[in-house]
Design a protein around this ligand. Structure first.
Ligand code: BV8
Length: 235
C-alpha cells in the first residue's frame, strides 16, 4: 500500500465533545433539548426568529468559554507538518480547529463566530448576540442571521470539497455519526474514487460499512495516535 499523499479529514461534534461542547445525537445532546425543525431550519427562523437567535447566541457564548483538546491539537500538528495535500472539512460551527492552530480548515456548515446579512449577504466576524437585532455593519439593515447552514440549505464550498475528494488517497472521518447528508455520503464517494477510508469514533457510525478500517475510542486518544503514525515515515 503506497504512502498516502492527499488527505481529506471530515470532523463532527465528537471531536469537540471532550472540550465540553454538546454533541447533537448523544444522550443529553442538542437535539434532545431542542426540536431541529424549530431551531435549525429556515422555516423555524421565519416562524420564531427570537427562539433561533437565542439558541445560537447561547452556543456562541459557550464556545468562547472552552478550549481545543488533544484531538484538535494533533490535527493542527498534522496540518503544520504534512507536505502533501490536506483539507480538514468540519461539520462543526465551533472555532476549535483554528484555535488549535490548524489552517487548512473548511466549515461546510458555517461558523458560530460569524454573522450573515440576509439583505446584502455580507459576512461579519461576530462574538456578541444577535437577539437584539444589531444593524449590519455593511448595509445597516437589521437582517443579521447566524452564518450557519440549516437543514434544507446548501452546505458551503461543496465544489472545493469534491475537488479534494477526487484527489484524495486517504479519507479519515473523526467524531461523526454519519447521520447528516451530504457529509455522510463523502466516505462512499471517497471509496468509489479509490481512496483508503479510516474511521476514528467512539462507536461505529451509520456509514461504517464504507470504511476499510474503523477504530473505536475517544478522539483525544485516537487522533494523536493516528497523527503520530501518519507522520512517522515507514522504512
Ligand atoms: C442539503 C449547522 C441540499 C447548524 C447542521 C439524503 C438522504 C436523507 C436526507 C437528506 C439527504 N440529503 C439531504 C438530506 C436532508 C438533510 C439531512 O441529512 N437530514 C438527515 C437528518 C437525514 N441534509 C440537509 O438538509 C443538508 N442540506 O441537503 O441541501 C443538497 C443536496 C445535495 C448536495 C448539496 C445540497 C444540510 C445539512 C446541514 C444542517 N446543519 N449544522 C448547527 O450546528 O446548529 S447539521 C449538524 O448536525 C452538524 O453540523 C452535523 O452535520 C450534524 C451532527 O452530526 P455529528 O457532528 O456527527 O454529531 P452527532 O451528535 O450526530 O454524532 C457525534 C458522534 O461522535 C457520535 O457518533 C458519537 O459516538 C461520537 N463521539 C461522541 N463523543 C466522542 C465521539 N467520538 C470520539 N470521541 C469522543 N469523545
Amino acid at each position: 500500500m503506497s504512502e498516502p499523499r492527499n488527505i481529506v479529514v471530515l470532523t463532527g461534534a465528537g471531536i469537540s465533545a471532550e472540550s465540553g461542547i454538546d454533541t447533537f445525537r448523544d444522550a443529553g445532546g442538542l437535539w434532545e433539548q431542542h426540536r431541529v425543525e424549530d431551531v435549525a431550519t429556515p422555516e423555524g427562523f421565519a416562524r420564531d426568529p427570537e427562539l433561533v437567535q437565542r439558541f445560537y447566541d447561547a452556543r456562541r457564548e459557550a464556545v468562547q468559554r472552552v478550549s481545543p483538546n488533544p484531538a484538535h491539537e494533533a490535527l493542527a500538528k498534522l496540518d503544520a507538518e504534512w507536505e502533501g495535500e490536506l483539507l480538514i472539512v468540519t461539520q462543526n460551527v465551533d472555532d476549535l480547529h483554528e484555535r488549535a492552530g490548524a489552517r487548512r480548515v473548511l466549515h461546510m456548515h458555517g461558523e458560530l463566530l460569524s454573522a450573515l446579512c440576509a439583505r446584502c449577504e455580507a459576512r461579519h466576524s461576530w462574538s456578541e448576540t444577535l437577539l437584539d437585532q444589531p444593524a449590519c455593519p455593511g448595509c445597516g439593515a437589521q437582517a443579521l442571521r447566524p452564518d450557519v447552514v440549516w437543514f434544507g440549505e446548501m452546505p458551503y464550498q461543496m465544489e472545493r470539497i469534491y475537488a479534494h475528494l477526487r484527489r484524495a488517497d486517504l479519507f479519515v472521518s473523526i467524531g461523526t455519526s454519519g447521520a447528516v447528508y451530504p457529509a455522510a455520503g463523502f466516505v462512499r464517494d471517497a471509496r468509489e474514487l479509490g481512496a483508503r477510508t479510516l474511521e476514528l469514533n467512539l462507536e461505529r457510525s451509520e456509514g461504517s460499512y464504507w470504511f476499510n478500517e474503523s477504530r473505536q475510542g475517544r478522539a483525544s486518544e485516537l487522533v494523536p495516535e493516528w497523527v503520530k503514525e501518519i507522520l512517522t515515515p515507514s522504512v
